[in-house]
Design a protein around this ligand. Structure first.
Ligand code: DCP
Ligand code: CA
Ligand code: CA
Length: 376
């Protein structure tokens, strides 16, 4: 590819990775049916009844029975009601769905740490290297499916391939409780016959435009040149040119953990006395500690933030030799930093305590010889 004087090497197919995409079946609806088995086999619609909302509101999802009436996600509840008057409308319980989402994540974590959630009910897993040293990603996916069933009593569908794009399409291929593997050898044929609206990342507008151009499936897309696709669809066109050739090099990106945890507080009344400051720092230390506790983290760099009455803001930080997380430890370090600043006669409008350099609470650092720690 050429951009003026710059030349980029075209991406090549890399089939060495093993990627699984897992997606729960009719997620919110299945959770509700599990909670109330009387709903099984019935058309369940997740969303408030239009009668209760004055006709407003949309459908989050629907059981497969309700889908037979043409009800689907993002449809207005009113329309869903018209299509399926006997539908059972249930307001969503997101707390509960989040809980289930955490449970499936725990299952994934048994097999790999390289997990990229796309939403509450789906994730990509890179299992090229995995914690159980299984060679077959297909067998591993089956194991994960079974384990999700045993822990949540919910079904999911899995797609397995050598890149994210194919894995995602594969998980959608047989639903519910499906399992589809697309091998490097099968990819070309699979993509050729795939309808254009099934290409992940192709929105409704793009589909319309594709149809106008006579593109209905992968085989039609294959005939278009890279330039034409870029000219018409920009970045999407560029990426589709390669995807339809079975090339998608994007890595599974684990959601990076938060880099720091802390609390700050702006005061309605400017603080002037040492006692007030100490008492506020104590409160902040407690809140920060509570947050650390919740996320099961400890850290070894403490940051104190001070904003004076005139809005001048300073921060002071200190990296410790050991990890801390207790309120009293945080408070002591914050007070030390405060005393280091050593200006006691200015009003303060904001204080903040933050801990960075975080690690999981159960992480035991390897003790380095002292000389290596010296310059911290
Ligand atoms: N969701 C939503 N609004 C949407 C789409 C989805 O609130 N417009 C919620 C409800 C779904 C969950 O996200 O249960 C997962 O979305 P999916 O698109 O994966 O749909 P389902 O899991 O419900 O069904 P499928 O079996 O087709 O995956
Ligand atoms: Ca789903
Ligand atoms: Ca999903």
């Amino acid at each position: 590819m050429f951009y003026g004087m710059l030349e980029f090497k075209d991406p090549e197919r890399n089939t060495s990775r093993k990627i699984i995409h897992v997606d729960m079946d009719a997620f919110f609806a299945s959770v509700e049916i599990r909670e109330n088995p009387a709903l099984r086999g019935k058309p369940v619609i997740i969303g408030r009844h239009p009668k209760d909302t004055g006709g407003k509101g949309v459908v989050a999802t629907a059981s497969y029975e309700a889908r037979q009436y043409g009800v689907h996600s993002a449809m207005s509840s009113m329309e869903a009601y018209e299509r399926c008057p006997e539908g059972i409308f249930i307001a969503g319980r997101y707390e509960l769905y989040r809980e289930v989402s955490n449970q499936i994540r725990e299952v994934f974590l048994k097999y790999t740490d390289i997990i990229e959630p796309l939403s509450l009910d789906e994730a990509y897993l890179d299992v090229t290297e995995n914690k159980v040293e299984m060679k077959s990603a297909t067998l591993l996916a089956r194991k994960i499916q079974r384990e999700i069933w045993l822990t949540t009593k919910l079904t999911c569908s899995a797609g397995i391939s050598y890149n994210k794009f194919l894995a995602k399409i594969a998980s959608d291929f047989r639903k519910p409780a499906g399992l589809t593997t697309i091998t490097p050898g099968e990819a070309e044929c699979f993509l050729k016959s795939l309808p254009i609206e099934k290409f992940y990342g192709v929105g409704r507008k793009t589909v319309e435009k594709m149809h106008e151009m006579g593109i209905y499936c992968g085989a039609d897309l294959l005939e278009k040149s890279e330039t034409e696709l870029i000219d018409t669809f920009g970045k999407t066109g560029y990426s589709l040119y390669y995807k339809v050739r079975g090339i998608d090099l994007s890595p599974v990106k684990p959601n990076r953990d938060r880099k720091s945890i802390g609390k700050e507080n702006t005061f309605d009344q400017i603080l002037v006395t040492e006692e007030e400051i100490a008492s506020q720092l104590r409160t902040l230390a407690e809140k920060t500690a509570a947050s650390l506790e919740k996320r099961k983290k400890h850290g070894k760099t403490v940051v104190l933030k001070v904003r004076y009455a005139n809005f001048e803001t300073i921060t002071r930080r200190k990296t410790l030799l050991k990890y801390i997380h207790q309120p009293v430890e945080l408070f002591n370090e914050a007070i030390n930093l405060w005393e280091e600043i050593g200006i006691y006669d200015r009003g303060i409008r904001l204080l903040g305590i933050t801990l960075t350099n975080l690690e999981p609470l159960d992480y035991i650092p390897i003790e380095l010889p002292l000389w290596k720690n010296d310059y911290k």
